[in-house]
Design a protein around this ligand. Sequence first.
Ligand SMILES: *Cc1c(COP(=O)(O)O)cnc(C)c1O
Length: 495
Amino acid sequence: MPTDDHPPPTSLDPEDWDSFRALGHRLVDSLIDDWRRARDRPTWRPVLDAVRAELADAAAPWHGQGLDAALADFDRLVRPYPTGNTSPRFLGWVHGSGTPQGAYADLLASALNANLGGREHAPNHVERQVIAWFREVFGLPATTSGLLVSGTSMATVLALGAARHRATRGAVAEQGLTNLGACLVGYASAEAHACAAKAFQLLGLGRAALRPVPVDDAFRIRPDRLEAMLADDRAAGLTPFCLVATAGSVNTGAFDDIPALADLAGREGLWLHVDGAFGALVTLTESLRHLARGIERADSLAFDFHKWLHVPYDAGCVLIRDGELHRAAFALPADYLRRETRGLAAGDPWFCDFGIELSRGFRALKVWLAVKEHGLARLGRAIEANCALARHLADRVAATPGLELLAPVSLNIACFRLAPEGLSAEAADRLNADVVADLHESGIAAPSTTRVRGRLAIRVCVCNHRTTAADMDAVLDGVLRLGRERLEARGGGTA
Ligand SMILES: *Cc1c(COP(=O)(O)O)cnc(C)c1O
């Protein structure tokens, strides 16, 4: 019989616990050095060709090289070339910046190696507590159920899956949409994130069944246009079933008028889903929570912990007002998943009844620890500070000749561009895209680009608790200098 001192030769545990302990201490020390220097490194650096080639080698190793050598490869091939979102100058897309404490939480979660698909153990209760906290934060009723998922994209699939379940009185689960002959259509802002269209695609509704509703000057859904579209679709024999409101759009941070859309959804019998990926978290602030008013009336809400709460990737959440319906939409009994009232097989309901995944990691721990460590109010203050920085940048843009602000700053996103006189629209688009790539490659900063009313924008999204006003100034100065250099190289114009 193998004992503690004599593990079987097939055990994958470390052979020498003392050297494993020493390696662990060295590893943590080197991480702490990295974290403390987060500000000193280039925001991003290109992956070297040789590194990319080595990582493209498809020959899987049949013989191991040992942990020390494998970690040395990590230090050489991976560690120098991350996304960059731990840097205070990472300002692209919507990326949370993480925390060192979150890395400890991930280590603890991996060490327990809990499976939160079901059964009776404390990690499930931690996830239930996290869900209950945020149900309360968003003012949703006690009937609300929830699930931690990889992110808002997955949360949207589940939420709209529940909406589809309600619209077909559950028949879709067994029979499928084709057999039902259901022609379900839904509505979202023309500015909505593509995850809603992807969910429509995946749920068998088809992307064309998600109608983009025109927006007003502040990039909010126009309810009058929505009502006209609903009438047209009903006249054509289609069945409108859901409305997706956006709380914080990815392009400009715009909030739809959720109370007005909730009224409309109520009148029209539509499921109201709110995409609040990052924007819903303004609910944690004093000064901005009015933007998210009406979320408490949603049938479902999708949001992320890995963006504006800076929990390490990945962690998002879906909340569904009608918990019974949520469970009915996804539960599927199986002999090998039998529930008991005692022992490890107790703990009903299991999280696997509320989504697609059976095996599930302990994502909840990093959220639970972050909320317990900082408290919601402090996390909210970091959000407020980000929005103040976006306004600071917008003020500077407005005061600088040769720069143009492309959208009002309602949240944490500033879209602007170099607008030198005498350049065609295409040439100006090219210039701004080139300047953003220059900023990336120089390591100065990492904004991203998007299009606002058809024009290419330099998009600065402050979703980063490390960023300061000096970082905003550095981005702006970098844009001006790199733009000037490019224009001088083409031999004309001033930025
Ligand atoms: C990021 C984002 C999503 C997608 O969320 P993931 O967590 O990346 O899946 C959806 N909607 C909005 C508004 C977003 O910003």
